[in-house]
Design a protein around this ligand. Structure first.
Ligand code: SF4
Length: 217
């Protein structure tokens, strides 16, 4: 059995960031195989895609820290990795926001190609989802089809794919099947206005239920 705790979430020092404190006994940095760390560091050097992405992300962070919105950061990042065609994997519930994003991309000289989550229009019952689990029971209700979203964007040979509000799990399938690197513009939270962090910020009072053990969801 792998040892799962303590890990970085139990560390109050975070010394790996600036070397201004000390490493805890259980530190994952101290415990890591240095050869593995060095071989992974090699992946961030040179001109391979991972290295280009790593440097572009760091450049956007370092240049615009706290100054740009995420919409703008995606544009800045896309420019730095040389992306021309942006794929958008959107949720139907966020199609209006996607349309605005497409206009913004155009204003910044990007091409874009959008695939809606319901593409393919396969009824949920066709993949074994019972009618009682439909949002609107008794109606035709298409599955979210993240694998087809990814395949269609792969066919277009998009340079960077952007998730706009895909569901939990559908996003996993999209990321798994996307050829292009993926980033997220909007993380869906139907209750909290797409700000899932709000549940964590308010878990000391309004969302205390999150911390109650034994709740099976
Ligand atoms: S790597 Fe070490 S210092 Fe960094 S957060 Fe994890 S345990 Fe703490």
């Amino acid at each position: 059995m792998p040892k799962t705790s303590p890990s970085c979430s139990e560390c109050g020092l975070l010394n790996c960031y600036r070397h201004d404190k000390h490493f805890p006994d259980f530190c994952l940095t101290e415990g890591a195989d240095r050869e593995v760390v060095e071989s992974i560091s090699q992946l961030y050097r040179g001109q391979n895609q991972d290295a280009v992405i790593a440097r572009a992300a760091a450049e956007v962070e370092g240049t615009y820290y706290g100054k740009l919105t995420r919409v703008e950061e995606i544009i800045a990042f896309a420019n730095r990795i040389g992306a021309k065609l942006i794929g958008i994997a959107t949720c139907i519930g966020l199609i209006q926001e996607t349309r605005v994003f497409v206009k913004i991309l155009k204003a910044h000289d990007f091409q874009s190609y959008t695939v809606l989550c319901k593409v393919g229009s396969v009824d949920k019952t066709e993949i074994g989802i019972p009618d009682e689990l439909k949002v609107k029971k008794g109606s035709y209700e298409a599955i979210c089809n993240p694998i087809l979203q990814a395949r269609l964007l792969n066919e277009q040979k998009t340079d960077l794919n952007v998730i706009v509000g895909l569901c939990v799990g559908h996003d996993s399938l999209f990321i798994k099947n996307s050829d292009a690197p993926v980033t997220t513009l909007i993380t869906k939270d139907r209750v909290l206005g797409h700000n899932p962090a709000a549940a964590l910020y308010t878990s000391n009072f309004y969302y205390q239920r999150l911390l109650q053990p034994g709740q099976k969801l």
